[in-house]
Design a protein around this ligand. Sequence first.
Ligand code: ZN
Length: 475
Amino acid sequence: MKILIWVSVVCVLLLGCKTTATSSKATEKETVDYFADNGFGNAVAVVQHPAGIYHKGVTYVCYQGPLEDPYVASYHHETGEWKGPFKAGTSEMGKEANRRKHIDNHGKPSILIDDADYIHITFGGHGGMAKHGDNPLGNHHYGRNMHVVSKNPLDISSWETLDNIPPFGTYNQFVKMDNGDLFLFYRHGAHRSDWVYQKSTDNGRTFGQPVSFLKHQRRTDMPAVDSWYPWIRKGNGDELLVVYDYHICSDSNPLGTEAGHIPKRYNIYYMVFNTKTGSWKNVKGESLKIPLTRTMAEANTLVATTEGNWTFQGVVDIDSVGNPHIGMTVGEEIKGSRRSAKKQMQYYKWNGTQWLHAATSGLPIGNGDIEVLSPENIRFYIAEETEDKEGEVCRWDSVDGGKTFKRSKVYLSRAAAHFAISSRIENAHPNARLIVAERKSDTDYRKMYLLGDNGPIGRNSTDAQVLSVKEIKSR
Ligand code: ZN
């Protein structure tokens, strides 16, 4: 009897092992390195941020999906469980098949988790439209800026709209301070609009009025309007760091229309916002009066000029002694062309008395984000554009205070593709630092990857393939 039982147990164990082995092999075979295939257009970018947050063991990510609607997915680092993607709201953009610019791309989502663990997404705006009423701080273009919140704490499966922000915003940037105050930064309209912030002290249920901090203004010396592209990151304590470049918004341009507008962007500027006192200062600690005009910005906040070159997308971080370090992509200006030359990541830092520029730092062509670990140790995460058409997402490290950078890790590499990259995920787990979208020339749909120090976090192929048959046919 004992022997019989023993034999049965062994059989069960053996069978169990066999079953386990088979299924794990099958799972392995079906694992893909992306987490969703329904990214759309420029599904993520550095400017709309954060696009991801690590919170209580889970990384939450958002991106632009089909019809330019916002999608949210999550990954549990302990259990390896993915959830979503779930559609978090419906954009007013992306629904008109015959629109000249068929993907607008300005309404990509930004994400924030409030102190009560509700998840907030803002999306869908590119200046609003005439039907939304007068824009008191700028001009219209398209879309409607929107704000949705999860119906339940830390649950990405159901959402409700909060009608509590103006429709005119675009390029949303969300920050939560240590005391739980929320700040939403955005441009209050199309190119000829102020940049503003709104503050919420009740977990995003209501916001104060928009406060302008960068002013759009008609120039008197030429037919053009001053315009700006700031990017905001949390600094020390109550401070927010603001890096920005200048856009000269000309009345006439060679292509004649807004769609043919030329992205003339120049120079690098920096300032600091103290969210507790509401005061603004430059790198030397001198007070600034907002909204800043071009004259004030040039006199008090200039990091560097970029004559003969165009800029695109600044990023900033601060070191342990409080000095800012800046990344800005810079490339040759191409007159009369909508196309701009490939831009190389350039590195600037404040050493306590002056701005230094490592012109030959070795950083590649491409864009991405900066992370400052110490005054000597600086990292860039960059989606590179290489000559041989191979797209790579890499980490570049400096150990000499930014004089030189070396490529230290390749997170992802693909032939005949390149990548759209997000800002760094907020409070990131080392295994999930960035979100990237794989851009291929033959489709508007994108495979979405969650990347960290071990490369992409994989997922069961059945769950990662979420595009509907209708969407696949329209490729
Ligand atoms: Zn413009």
